[in-house]
Design a protein around this ligand. Sequence first.
Ligand code: NDP
Length: 487
Amino acid sequence: MSLPRLQNFIDGQFMANKSGETITVLNPGTGEAIYEIEVADETVQQAAIKSARSAFKDWAVTPAVERARILHRAAALLREHNDELAKHEVLDTGKPLQEAREVDVVTGADVIEFFASLAPTQVGQQQDLGGDFYYTRKEPLGICAGIGAWNYPIQIACWKSAPALAAGNVMIFKPSEETPRGAIELAKIYIEAGVPAGVFNVVIGDGEVGQWLTQHEDIEKVSFTGEVATGRKVVESAASTLKDVTMELGGKSPLLVFEDADISQAVSAAMLGNFFTQGEVCTNCTRVFVHESVMDAFMDELVERTTKNIRAGDPMDPDVNFGAMISKPHLDLVMDYIEKGKKEGARLVTGGNTISPDDAKGGFFVEPTIFADCTDDMTIVKEEIFGPVMSVLSFRDEDEAIRRANNTPLGLAAGVMTQNVTRAHRVIHQLQAGICWVNSWGASPAEMPVGGYKMSGIGRENGIETLNQYTQTKSVYMGMVELESPF
Ligand code: NDP
């Protein structure tokens, strides 16, 4: 039986390619092929640019209140179709439906609402200069490219397009080839909401299509989410035409559990930050530093809750809270890291195997895995694994914990569990990370800017400041007095 076929979404509609090249998308929960999607060949790529260029002319001068009204409608449609969109995300990513229904679409809609509300607040300045004066205009950049990772496909497409479109830009978005559906569904919703054709085009393909976007001279900015190594390539490529870049990259984030922490809360944070979305979250606290005096209590509760409360299985089953790895190659990568952990002397406390749940036999599942007695030089402690593998490390005092937490080239997130308010602020202020949580983990509301320090990123997503990253300031000097000249 032939698979359903999807196409690129250009200028408000599906567009066929000429090359006939397709990508087959698998359901990670079953390992089965679910649909195929056409790759954006040169014809599609050229059409995407042409349509974006033409759409920009009108969208850039559409009054901000009108843009806001349309984007609010898109957010409402996302909420209306929440369950159906969540199911598409589950089929593409292998994450549990109980998560996707609560988080993925909702947090995308939140961000569209947030930037829609901000759009009409963008104002320039005016200043007198003693007769002459100047004023500034906040103008959109033009065509922006969005390139997404596979872990939160629709959310990433929303987070990138919302500020871009709110500020009057247009976007060409390339989702991960492994999870292309979410961006296509968003494109359809934008059209239904009244976003003009060409304002949000979706091109499908692998890194080559991504590279085409990052090199194209008509594209003014690239907003990228993915691995550090790919991010570096994107920055290098974007430099050839001096594009602006936003980079949301990987992490190896520390959680510091002090001796005065509420241990149950600390265990909740560590589990959320390692096992939510089966460990495929960029901000995960994969290095859990625990004060030696509370290590036993922490480990006892952590192991008990991990072995009793996590249920892997068919991600569509609403009772399942732990899904499948995105692909077989990614599962193999995660298993390689687990082997390295064992070889390098970390103590495997629980997990460490692949699993084949009765109701999801062909899926790419890895057990929630905890290593204790870890040291800073182990591979599993140094490198991003992007799977459900937690490393627990012991520490003696605050300065040591801070020094070791910062001992990484990455700086995406960090957290502190303590009942001591002074310590909480003192420690957080010394941690080199862009997203910090105190007695919490993982929440990322639309209002809060997020992004990485060090090699975890450039620029921010969400929060008021992000809108500025999608505008450029034009200064207009007004000569009101006679222009003096020595010539
Ligand atoms: P990748 O870096 O492999 O891919 C990201 C995107 O870039 C994909 O669409 C990919 O296409 C595309 N791409 C690949 N090569 C190029 C290139 N040369 N030029 C332009 N684009 C290219 O990341 P993953 O998809 O594997 O995602 C996991 C990573 O994303 C993790 O490191 C994670 O930490 C990070 N991430 C960061 C987040 C943050 O906000 N900081 C949030 C979520 C994830 P294709 O895959 O189709 O080949």
